[in-house]
Design a protein around this ligand. Structure first.
Ligand code: NAI
Length: 300
């Protein structure tokens, strides 16, 4: 079987000083990519900053014979995100791959969550992914090639106590990814998202203690590496990955119920069961396709 290589490709990995991002950077570099290792170097809540973590990963890559450069900027600011991409252009002359991975946690029950706790988490995960992708986009478009992976989360897709900020950002990334999939299609740009589970400093007190060995970051990176390879044809998709299992996650719609003419509140009550039927469900490629069943109903 042929090995997947990234020779000649330039990758930007955000939040690559620790955890999943570090593993993505190491793997891509080991397979020939030139890598920008971005990391602000703060703590799990995003407090503080240090150039150390990104630099350490760069040294590790170089020690293994790879090519990498560190960038310590904050992806949540316009200037920081531009500087991340500029580092790739200045050091390696282009950018082909963007892995939006940087993230922080500010968990709090919704009752106690402050606007600052909400905004700061949205800023890093959602706005940061937008800003870095946006800085790279003109270059990807111009060269007619690009691969983007955004990092969502099962907590965002399915909901989790104490994570209204995080879940909002992570579900937002699904809409973002799907839209980039559509807008990038003409330009050879594929954008996908992952919803990982792995043992990192972000999850070490949330996952069961015996999970460390089974939920290594090395069981997430192969999916990311595949999605950013030139042979990957999928776009706009979301995959959950962890512990050796990978599955596609879909936004689906049930068969629905409808009537022509007036619609009353009582109609809704009386047909609630039919409205909530889940099977057979549909997975639509885009909003035009999703309008299909409605158009059918309007023609009836
Ligand atoms: P981690 O805390 O080890 O890594 C996150 C990295 O992002 C850190 O090195 C941090 O310094 C960096 N970072 C934070 N804010 C930044 C900013 N503004 N600019 C640049 N860098 C910044 O955590 P982990 O687990 O590796 O998380 C990576 C991504 O995976 C995150 O987006 C996280 O939400 C997501 N994720 C992780 C899961 C897991 O099970 N570990 C589950 C679901 C999602």
């Amino acid at each position: 079987m042929s090995e997947l290589r990234y020779d000649g490709r330039v990758a930007v990995v955000t939040g690559a000083g620790h955890g999943l991002g570090r593993q993505h950077a190491l793997e891509l570099a080991a397979r020939g990519a030139k890598v920008v290792v971005n990391d602000l170097g703060g703590d799990r809540a995003g407090v503080g900053a240090s150039a150390g973590p990104a630099q350490d990963v760069v040294e590790e890559i170089k020690k293994n014979g790879g090519e990498a450069v560190a960038n310590p900027d904050n992806v949540a600011t316009v200037e920081g995100a531009q500087a991340v991409v500029q580092t790739a252009l200045d050091s390696f002359g282009k950018v082909d791959i963007v892995v939006n991975n940087a993230g922080i946690l500010r968990d709090r029950s919704f009752k106690n969550m402050s606007p600052e706790e909400f905004d700061s988490v949205i800023a890093v995960h959602l706005r940061g992914s937008f800003l870095v992708s946006s800085a790279a986009w003109p270059h990807l478009r111009e060269q007619g090639y690009g691969r983007i992976v955004n990092t969502s989360s099962p907590a965002g897709l399915f909901g989790n106590f104490g994570q209204a900020n995080y879940a909002t950002a992570k579900m937002g990334l699904v809409g973002f990814t799907r839209t980039l999939g559509h807008e990038g299609a003409k330009y050879g740009i594929k954008a996908n998202a992952i919803a990982p589970v792995a043992w990192t400093r972000m999850t070490e007190d949330l996952l069961p203690a015996d999970a460390a060995a089974k939920l290594g970051v090395d069981k997430v990176t192969p999916l990311v590496a595949f999605l950013v390879h030139e042979s990957n044809e999928s776009t706009g998709e979301v995959y959950t990955v962890g512990g050796g299992r990978v599955a596609r996650i879909m936004v689906t719609e049930g068969p629905g119920w409808g009537k022509n003419g007036d619609l009353s509140v009582e109609d809704i009550r009386d047909n609630w069961e039919a409205i909530n039927v889940a099977e057979p469900h549909s997975v639509f490629k885009n909003v035009a396709e999703q309008m299909g069943p409605l158009n059918q109903q309007l023609r009836a």
